[in-house]
Design a protein around this ligand. Structure first.
Ligand SMILES: *[C@@H]1O[C@H](CO)[C@@H](O)[C@H](O)[C@H]1NC(C)=O
Ligand SMILES: *[C@@H]1O[C@H](CO)[C@@H](O)[C@H](O)[C@H]1NC(C)=O
Ligand SMILES: *[C@@H]1O[C@H](CO)[C@@H](O)[C@H](O)[C@H]1NC(C)=O
Ligand SMILES: *[C@@H]1O[C@H](CO)[C@@H](O)[C@H](O)[C@H]1NC(C)=O
Ligand SMILES: *[C@@H]1O[C@H](CO)[C@@H](O)[C@H](O)[C@H]1NC(C)=O
Ligand SMILES: *[C@@H]1O[C@H](CO)[C@@H](O)[C@H](O)[C@H]1NC(C)=O
Ligand SMILES: *[C@@H]1O[C@H](CO)[C@@H](O)[C@H](O)[C@H]1NC(C)=O
Ligand SMILES: *[C@@H]1O[C@H](CO)[C@@H](O)[C@H](O)[C@H]1NC(C)=O
Ligand SMILES: *[C@@H]1O[C@H](CO)[C@@H](O)[C@H](O)[C@H]1NC(C)=O
Ligand SMILES: *[C@@H]1O[C@H](CO)[C@@H](O)[C@H](O)[C@H]1NC(C)=O
Ligand SMILES: *[C@@H]1O[C@H](CO)[C@@H](O)[C@H](O)[C@H]1NC(C)=O
Ligand SMILES: *[C@@H]1O[C@H](CO)[C@@H](O)[C@H](O)[C@H]1NC(C)=O
Length: 632
């Protein structure tokens, strides 16, 4: 899977805010008389207690820490206020909460700093309660194995996206006052709207991930823990994660272990963690059932179990839970269940059960859940009619529907979904023409009708939806001529799939508007009666997938197809499928300057030596041609 760079988003920021609130509350309850001196600047002067400046030992530790970061433009700006012999309690990111000159809070979060490793001077700040070094680059170093145990007052330890590697030191487990622990690396999944259901994991590129091998040792003394975020860590050896949490972390409110490579079932003792409000175990290898007792967790708001191998029947009670805001079970292929009638006072915003073995009709009561924003019913087992009440969901921004036995005309009420950004019908029985009123949905970024029974011509209004990023209309009964040059009006288009219809794709005349031809990354035009390699594709840079199979192209593949690639040889394309055409020449030397996952040249009339991708390839199909030799 390729990864691309992205900065960690609102969730981390929100967590931070939450912790600041915790901290403020705690500080006030410990020190009622002097609290006003540092938490508020409008307290009247009489209440202000004497306040000591920063102690020398604290200043020395901070200056040593500062020196341990590489001097860059960012760090010089960030540390501008950190000057020798000034009161360190006033330095940016530093806070002395007890008015006795000890540093109690250090927040260097996202300062863009770089360091060879975490300097042990940090551990001289023994009065620290809040520590955040998140988003700085520690260059794949290991966390110091001794030192953390000295920070006994620490309640909040935040080291997300720090590029540490190796083991989480077990002495973090000595910090018995910890309320919040975040060692995560942020990742996100981007699903592509093509028929292959590919997805891409987006996150920090080339970043270290920590590992925990004995979860029990880490959490056995962390009974105060309320927030635990170990997203992206390697927990594949931590077979005890579930029992250990259930036994020792009974106060947990927020549990985030996505992308952690954990396997096995959710253990029965997990029922002890009934105060959880967030359970995020996305993208691991969980097996077994979703425990019925989740429906009894009265504070539960977020349940994210997508991209696992969960199975069995989901208790319908989970969907009736009154506080749940997010239920995300998608991509659990053998997880079964059915949707009950959900009452109108539900708080649900995201209901995602796509790519599961869910089967039922879609209750029309779903249109009464006004809070819904994302509705993912893209499981092939849905049947019956698509209730028009969904058209009343004014806040809906994502609607995905499947159902081989879900029949009826393409709904015209979709036009009423004026907030919609992602609209995807796939593997369904919906028939008839795509309503031209679709053009009113000007916010649409993804529009897909795939493997359904849609017929008629593609309404020209589709090419007026200028925000479109993905247009996937493959495997229907659509007809008509589509000129590729009409795409110039969709500047942000990155995926186009018109394959396997009765559509004839033509190039159209190249004209000056082609300078703004969209930079499509995934183009699928299989079986589109194409007779000539579309030269318009020359305008694409760094495309990731091209499927022109089952057309009537002949002669040589244009040389630029092989050459228009990124100069970075590690840049890989997913697929190039030119099978089932009449090409007779690869149009290049024996070694192709590309690196890819799948290359399919089968069922053509290629002659000469077999061409070889120069860098790497996973699957190559050269069959049914007239190649003469393998290169030596
Ligand atoms: C405290 O000071 C800050 C900055 O000097 C100011 O923005 C804020 O409004 C003040 N707060 C109160 C409650 O006076
Ligand atoms: C990071 O590590 C690389 C080699 O692993 C080294 O060349 C580089 O100097 C280090 N950077 C810092 C800031 O220590
Ligand atoms: C921890 O905090 C308490 C109360 O604020 C204080 O008395 C104690 O000295 C602190 N311990 C350390 C090691 O800083
Ligand atoms: C992590 O550190 C390695 C080694 O220095 C470096 O190559 C990589 O770019 C760093 N990753 C990030 C996200 O800073
Ligand atoms: C994990 O650590 C605990 C004590 O901290 C120990 O009892 C247990 O045997 C360890 N488990 C493994 C698998 O090493
Ligand atoms: C959920 O709570 C109800 C009522 O308290 C109880 O009858 C039921 O057994 C509980 N279910 C589970 C799975 O714990
Ligand atoms: C999928 O659901 C159907 C219908 O509910 C059921 O008969 C079948 O056993 C399920 N398949 C799996 C693998 O659970
Ligand atoms: C949902 O409610 C409708 C009408 O009230 C009823 O006909 C239907 O059987 C109910 N469905 C389920 C699954 O309870
Ligand atoms: C769609 O909106 C129109 C006009 O506002 C309204 O007449 C129609 O009933 C709506 N349809 C649905 C299914 O909500
Ligand atoms: C597309 O937009 C243009 C310019 O706004 C407009 O003139 C044209 O009628 C629209 N075409 C369709 C089919 O909606
Ligand atoms: C295309 O995407 C860019 C960046 O996301 C955005 O600023 C721009 O408005 C989009 N253009 C259209 C026509 O939607
Ligand atoms: C380019 O071609 C498109 C589609 O045929 C047409 O709408 C547009 O007016 C042409 N632009 C120019 C500058 O000729």
């Amino acid at each position: 899977m390729p990864t691309t760079m992205a900065h960690h988003g609102p969730p981390v920021a929100a967590l931070h805010l939450l912790l600041q609130i915790h901290l403020a509350v705690m500080v006030c309850s410990l020190l009622p008389s002097s609290a006003g001196a540092f938490t508020s600047n409008n307290t009247n002067a009489a209440a202000v207690a004497p306040r000591l400046p920063c102690l020398r030992s604290q200043e020395m530790a901070l200056l040593q820490l500062k020196r341990s970061f590489t001097a860059t433009a960012d760090s010089i700006t960030a540390f501008r206020s950190w000057k020798v012999s000034t009161d360190c309690c006033g330095w940016a990111g530093v806070h002395c909460g007890d008015a006795d000159g000890h540093v109690t809070s250090l927040d260097l979060g996202s300062w863009g700093l770089e360091s060879a490793s975490l300097d042990p001077a940090l551990f001289d700040l023994t009065f620290l309660r809040y520590l955040n070094l998140g988003g700085n680059n520690f260059n794949l170093s290991e966390l110091p194995s001794i030192g953390f145990e000295r920070l006994t007052n620490l309640t909040s330890l935040n080291l997300p996206n720090c590029n540490f590697s190796g083991q989480v030191p077990y002495n973090i487990g000595c910090l018995t006052n910890l309320i919040s622990l975040d060692l995560s690396v942020s990742f996100k999944i981007v699903e592509l709207a093509d028929e292959t259901d590919r997805y891409i994991i987006v996150g920090h590129h080339n970043i270290g991930r920590l590992a925990v091998t004995n979860f029990t040792s880490l959490v056995a003394n962390l009974g105060s823990l309320r927030v635990l975020n170990l997203g992206g860590l390697d927990l594949s050896q931590s077979t005890d994660w579930c029992d250990a949490l259930s036994m020792y972390a009974r106060n947990l409110r927020v549990l985030r272990l996505p992308f952690c490579d954990i396997d096995g079932p959710i253990c029965g003792t997990f029922s002890a963690l009934h105060s959880l409000s967030v359970i995020d175990l996305q993208h691991s290898s969980l097996t077994g059932r979703i425990p019925d007792f989740f429906a009894n967790y009265s504070l539960l708001k977020v349940l994210q179990l997508s991209y696992n191998h969960l199975e069995g029947w989901v208790s319908p009670k989970i969907f009736e839970h009154k506080k749940l805001v997010i239920i995300d079970l998608h991509y659990n292929p053998i997880l079964s269940g059915s949707l009950p009638n959900i009452s109108a006072d539900s708080c649900l915003q995201n209901l995602l059960v796509g790519h599961t073995n869910f089967s039922s009709t879609i209750p029309s009561s779903i249109g009464k859940i006004r809070s819904l924003k994302r509705l993912g019913l893209d499981a092939p087992g849905f049947s019956g009619n698509l209730p028009s009440s969904i058209g009343e969901l004014k806040s809906l921004n994502t609607l995905k529907v499947s159902g081989l036995n879900l029949v009826g005309p393409m709904p015209s009420w979709i036009t009423n979904l004026t907030s919609i950004k992602v609209l995807k019908f796939s593997q369904c029985g919906l028939y008839g023409s795509i309503p031209s009123s679709i053009g009113h949905l000007i916010k649409l970024k993804t529009f897909a009708v795939m493997q359904c029974e849609a017929s008629g011509e593609i309404p020209p209004h589709v090419f007026n939806m200028t925000q479109l990023e993905e247009l996937a209309l493959g495997s229907n009964n659509l007809i008509g001529i589509v000129e590729l040059n009409s795409l110039w009006r969709l500047p942000n288009l990155s995926l186009l799939d018109l394959s396997n219809n009765k559509i004839v794709v033509q190039e159209g005349k190249e004209n000056s508007s082609m300078v703004s031809f969209p930079n499509i990354q995934y183009l699928k035009l299989a079986a589109c009666s194409i007779t000539k390699f579309p030269s318009i594709l020359k305008h694409l840079n760094d495309w990731m997938g091209l499927d022109l199979s089952n057309n009537q192209m002949h002669g040589a593949i244009p040389r630029w197809v092989w050459e228009n690639r990124s100069t970075d040889p590690s840049f890989r394309l997913f697929y190039l499928d030119l099978s089932h055409n009449n090409f007779n020449s690869v149009g290049y030397e024996t070694f192709l300057p590309i690196s890819l996952v799948e290359l399919d040249l089968s069922f053509n009339m290629f002659e000469g030596p077999i061409p070889i991708p120069q860098y790497s390839a996973l699957a190559l199909d050269y069959s049914s041609n007239m190649f003469s030799s393998m290169p030596a």
